[in-house]
Design a protein around this ligand. Sequence first.
Ligand code: HEC
Ligand code: HEC
Length: 215
Amino acid sequence: MIRQLAYFASAACFWVAFWPAGALAQAPAKPDAAKGQLIASQTCAACHAADGNSQISANPKLAGQFYEYLHKQLLNFKPQGSKKPERDNAVMMGMIGSLSPADLKDVAAYYASQKLKPAAAKDKDLAALGQKIYRGGNIATGVAACAGCHGPAGAGMPAQFPRIAGQFPEYVEAQLKAFRAGARANDPNGMMRGVVTRMSDREIQAVAEYVAGLR
Ligand code: HEC
Ligand code: HEC
């Protein structure tokens, strides 16, 4: 009985002494979009525009993308010790080199809060082929439907599946080819690489054209 009391007393002391402090230390700081805006205007705007609606198709539109996805990409562009970054891009690696972990969260939160001005599809026939693949995949060659993960309208699904609707077709095409070649390999469980390995150049172009016009 006395031993039990002593045990409860010490257990209570433990919780009183450590639990509140531990909880505070573990609570992640909330990202600050206002601070992120400053970073965006100083460091990112030249390529992604101040509001994340990039003008040049090599630079992806960031506006309205999920915070979690943007933040993950920024972490992936950073080299881990002596290892190459998970997403190997010299330009982006240079851009974030001097940013702190909090900066990366803040700037991701800022761009996520902006409104997307979507790109457009220009080639109707190509987009029609793209729509077929987007919605139904290619059963003959074992290509999964994009809609299954990115949603029927390309709006994505937080937090893992990015929005792709309204993205530049050239950028989407380049990313699909990078996944196919294994040059981009930061997709969890190889989810994207599994889809694109069996896609032809024409199918990739078509689906990229369709995605650009998706709303
Ligand atoms: C010199 C031009 C340039 C600047 C400046 C720049 N970026 Fe980028 N960014 C790029 C390019 C090019 C890519 C596409 C990389 C690729 O092809 O994989 C990219 C990709 C990204 C991505 C991945 C988007 C996606 O859809 O996967 C994020 C996030 C990003 N940049 C954020 C930033 C932030 C935040 C800054 C400022 C701190 C910044 N960039 C500054 C050129 C730039
Ligand atoms: C099994 C689920 C799944 C399917 C099916 C899928 N994707 Fe993805 N896709 C993902 C995931 C997860 C990511 C994010 C990878 C990362 O974290 O960098 C992604 C990323 C992307 C990106 C990169 C976005 C960017 O901003 O850089 C594009 C483009 C894309 N997918 C297009 C497609 C297209 C087109 C199809 C159909 C041909 C498709 N996806 C099918 C899961 C999927």
